[in-house]
Ligand binder design. Sequence first.
Ligand code: F0G
Length: 398
Amino acid sequence: MSAERLQCVTCARTYDIMDVRYTCDCGGLLSIERTGVIDRDSFDDRRTSRADIDRSGVWRFREAVLNLDKVVTHPEGGTRLYKRQGLLFKHEGENPTGSFKDRGMTVAVTQAVRVGATAVACASTGNTSASLAAYAAQAGLRAIVFVPSGKISSGKLAQTLAYGATCLQVRGDFDASMRLVREACDRLGIYLVNSINPFRIEGQKTIIWELLQDLGWEPPDWIVVPAGNLGNTSAFGKALREAFAHGWITRMPRLASIQAHGANPFYRSYRESFATRHRISAETIASAIRIGDPVSHDKAVAAISETGGVVEEVTDDEIMAAKREIDGMGIGCEPASAATLAGVKKLRAAGIMKEDEQTVCVLTGHILKDPEANYRPENVVEIDPTIEAVERCCANRR
Ligand code: F0G
């Protein structure tokens, strides 16, 4: 068993794993680090186990996530990998609450229980809040979520409320909600489970490990992910760094983080070789990634640098066209997830990605998450209840 500790990514100062803190005294982001080399054989063996902790696509990797036996698990993960049109799609919308957030949340809520928290909170564009609400309900903790008022999809809001969370609708954007929840957690002693919490990142690493496991530990050439608050980009970088360090893979895939054009602070920074960090006022149809001041910026820069990765931006029209394509494949996803396919198209057109390179798009959220984005009036016909009306419609439409 390897000792786990919190370590600052900026100044390398370490803290005890049981310390309730989200940043270093120097202001840097914290990361969970452990010593020793971990073997991957047991991860493969556990795939045939019937215990929840082994069936979970997060806790199956527990020695490299958080080395505990008592966990708050649904279980989560175990999401499918679809092959369509020469691409692979890992559908994280198949998690218990319909998004990849469950992978981080199972770990963060497990840690909340471990440190004796009674209330947990997050700021959210809707998916984190739904996931937190579900895991808090399971663990018997109070959940308080901060969402930008009127800016999250009806499906996500309804789901969050149904699981019993208290919903604070903040008159402001996600970034304002994020600043407010950090202050509130500090002042009121509530446990914060946004991806600034390093336990979230530990869980989200397993998207990559489960993907590698599904590919027989043969890494793909590219892994493509939508980028908002940059928790996933950071987690993917850490997952690949550790997989390489432990000898689970012998070659690094390249990461491609895709932002919406109207919510592109990380892309702007990438274009300047990360010389400056940008903070903008964000606007995009993909409400999940309408974020202008991503908290995990520094970790995400390392992820892109270490994997020889790229950052791209796509327009809302490109996102919605890609969503229709993914929906039309019979898979389906929410708008933010479709930024991946839109990004692949753009990077291929630019010659950065090649057609013959194995490319995996990570679909982050379920098609039902954003009902407003799914309605297609052209496919709906209202009719009288007669067979003639049915005949007329069918004749016209085929
Ligand atoms: N895709 C979906 C469906 C999301 O919900 C999010 C983030 C992202 C992509 C971006 O991931 O933040 O790690 O870069 N949603 C957060 C939330 C912000 O509150 O649900 P990221």
